[in-house]
Ligand binder design. Structure first.
Ligand code: GP9
Ligand code: MN
Length: 402
């Protein structure tokens, strides 16, 4: 059958990367991606009971690129959807997880691109069973060289909580594995402790719980604080072992942790007045890119998780012009271009289209439909093309040498 990849290539060719003086800033460096479980952007620089929830990240931001308007674009595939967007720069599916539903498709993944441009070795690290989210199979297809999963860690009752090994011992043991990898490498470390329902041993609670009516929100503060401590120690361990200086770090929240039904309690904790668009604001996740020695810069352009890959490739000095990608480089992304959600909603610098209602992004005022309409076509087109690629396995018709 005839497959029209022309439409897709033409579309993607429209989004050629602009050159900036940041291009190649981190060329050839090792890459450490830290997927921060359920970490929403409101925790950054936020105090509860007078104490910071993320003292380490708040500091790190002062010497990093901090993207403070990045939205969670995941759907039912949760963590796996965030991994999929970062690895492929395609949208997740509207139902289920691509990792589970399409593990045999051809993908021109980040791992393949890095292999071809710099002979990178890629590994993922995660303390859960290798079959969870079908990671074992999908990772192989995406071109990961190794997956360090639960069976590669010493997991005991004492060093575990909730879904598995706690973040501090997870990072400690991960560094030992990282030492065995050939350079340059991409290491994706996926945290786990800050997972619903946010359980934590008393000894690990480094901050008092929140004071809202919802235990979920109150406990969340303590598990995010614990994760922050774990990341702080990871950085120290990497410095102690000479693994810090030649590395670019990308830290991002994988998706929301506080679901809609707890958002009233969250507003209570943050002192926010009710507004229908609070929901959209709460769906922001932090994205922090740290290159040792750089000056801090906060970048307030609206973007999504799908934009992380092109941004990283830009810093690595990899053009990847022939790569089909729906993401855009966050250093040059137009603030007007919608950040697209799987349910058909979007956000840009002016509007929020949420649950079928168009809002003024600044005031939260409800607007006439026509204001959002031009962007809705864009939303519909991008999601449709991405779905066509995934359901039709269309990338097998494009040229990928591996
Ligand atoms: C499980 C971890 C958490 O391995 O990735 O999964 P989630 O529920 O966040 O998708
Ligand atoms: Mn997750």
């Amino acid at each position: 059958t005839h497959v029209d990849t022309g439409k897709i290539e033409e579309y993607v060719a429209n989004q050629q990367d602009e050159t900036t003086d940041l291009f190649g800033l981190a060329k050839g460096k090792n890459i450490v991606l830290i997927s921060m479980e359920s970490t929403q952007n409101f925790v950054i620089n936020q105090k509860v009971n007078g104490r910071e929830i993320t003292p380490f990240l708040n500091n790190l931001i002062g010497e990093s690129f901090y993207f403070n308007q990045i939205y969670d674009q995941t759907a039912q595939g949760k963590t796996s959807d965030s991994e999929f967007m970062i690895d492929t720069s395609l949208y997740p599916l509207s139902g289920g997880s691509v990792f589970v539903r399409r593990p045999k498709n051809t993908f021109n993944s980040l791992q393949h691109i890095l292999k071809e441009n710099g002979a990178y070795y890629s590994a993922s690290f995660h303390g859960n069973d290798p079959s969870f989210w079908n990671r074992e199979k999908m990772y192989e297809n995406l071109g990961y060289d190794h997956f360090f999963s639960k069976q590669d860690y010493q997991v005991t009752d004492e060093n575990s909580v909730n879904y598995g090994i706690k973040d501090i011992p997870f990072f400690e043991q991960s560094v030992e594995h990282m030492k065995t990898m050939p350079e340059p490498y991409l290491a994706k470390l996926i945290t786990l402790t800050n997972h619903f329902p946010f359980l934590l041993d008393e000894n690990d609670q480094l901050i008092a719980m929140g004071n809202t009516d919802e235990g979920v929100v109150n406990r969340y503060v303590t598990t995010v604080r614990y994760q922050d401590e774990a990341i702080k120690r990871l950085f120290q361990t990497l410095k102690d072992n000479g693994m810090y200086k030649d590395t670019i770090f990308v830290l991002y929240g994988d998706h929301y942790g506080i679901s809609k039904k707890y958002e009233a309690a969250l507003s209570q904790m943050l002192g926010d007045e009710y507004s229908p668009i609070n929901h959209s604001h709460y769906r922001q996740v932090p994205v922090i890119i740290h290159i040792p020695g750089q000056k801090g810069e906060t970048i307030a352009v609206p973007g999504g998780e799908i934009d992380i890959r092109p941004t990283l490739l830009h810093l690595l000095g990899i053009k990847a012009e022939d790569t089909i990608s729906f993401g855009r480089n966050l250093f040059t992304r137009s603030a007007n271009h919608p950040v697209i959600f799987r349910d058909g909603g979007f956000v840009n610098d002016t509007y929020i289209y949420q649950d079928g209602v168009c809002y003024n992004k600044t005031t939260g005022e409800q607007l006439d439909h026509v204001a959002c309409e031009p962007y809705q076509k864009n939303v519909h087109d991008e999601l449709g093309l991405s779905d066509d690629i995934i359901y039709g396995d269309l990338l097998r018709f494009t040229s990928r040498k591996d």
